[in-house]
Design a protein around this ligand. Structure first.
Ligand code: HEM
Length: 228
């Protein structure tokens, strides 16, 4: 087993499995966050459910491990690929057979990781550990909960930094979409769930998925910029 995980095939397999797990997470995360558009009560109820449901609590450390494993193996495989490149290799010659996104997966992944760190500090950390005046407890339908809506809305509508944060989140969504454009079908290919017929279908499905995720995460800051 440890021999398999040391081989580049095994490492690519781990990246793909964790990638597919993150793909599912993103869909759940986007769905929960789109409730922001339905108003504060609706979002706070959903956020309270996500923050207290035991299954979600068990999934959180597994999600963190998924992100970390995915990033560690991305670094290892990128270094190995760089070393294995023939001398005199011209990166422009490759352009015919591969997309820009596929040749820049590491850069795109790094930009998404930078986005993620800022995002976790802005929101997750405050909700889980430090608290924030904006999170002051409210009562919705007779139940006490944190005002998660006020924290997120406060970020995008802040008088000084609201525009900067909104643009940062939109850029993060675009980088994520480009990363997923290649990652989706590639993950299925690596774990062996693809063939000549399915490769094309998975590419189309992957593009639809990438557009939904990037578009969905872009709509949220845009909504606050335009309507709030
Ligand atoms: C408009 C965009 C987004 C909004 C409004 C948003 C909102 C939130 C909120 C409210 C939480 C805290 C949930 C809780 O602890 O109960 C959270 C956590 C988190 N977000 Fe986001 N998010 C956005 C985009 C993203 C993107 C693009 C990613 C991935 C690249 C991401 C990854 C995470 C992760 C890993 C957590 C911690 C795990 C969790 O609590 O579910 N988020 N986000």
């Amino acid at each position: 087993m440890s021999g398999f995980l040391k081989s580049s095939v095994g490492q690519k397999f781990l990246m793909s499995i964790t990638g597919l797990f993150l793909i599912v997470f993103l869909l759940v995360h986007l769905t929960a966050n789109l409730f922001l558009l339905a108003g504060s009560d609706m979002f706070n109820i959903v956020s309270h459910f996500m923050g207290t449901n035991p299954v979600i609590q068990i999934m959180q450390p597994i999600l963190a491990i998924g992100f970390i494993v995915h990033m560690i193996y991305a670094v290892i495989l990128t270094i190995q690929n760089q070393k294995a490149r023939p001398k005199g290799y011209n990166k422009f010659e490759q352009g015919h057979s591969s997309s820009w996104a596929s040749r820049n997966m590491f850069v795109l992944g790094t930009l998404v990781a930078i986005f993620l760190v800022v995002h976790l500090i802005n929101i997750f950390w405050k909700m889980k550990f430090t608290g924030d005046p904006l999170l002051a407890e409210i009562t919705v339908d007779g139940e006490k909960m944190e005002n998660a809506y006020a924290l997120v809305a406060g970020l995008f509508t802040d008088a000084k930094l609201g525009l900067v944060y909104s643009l940062f989140y939109i850029l993060g969504a675009i980088f994520l979409g480009l990363h997923l454009h290649h990652a989706f079908w590639s993950a299925f290919q690596t774990i062996g769930w693809s063939n000549q017929v399915w490769r094309k279908r998975l590419e189309v499905l992957g593009d639809i998925y990438a557009i939904v995720i990037a578009g969905g995460f872009t709509i949220i800051p845009l909504y606050f910029l335009i309507f709030k």
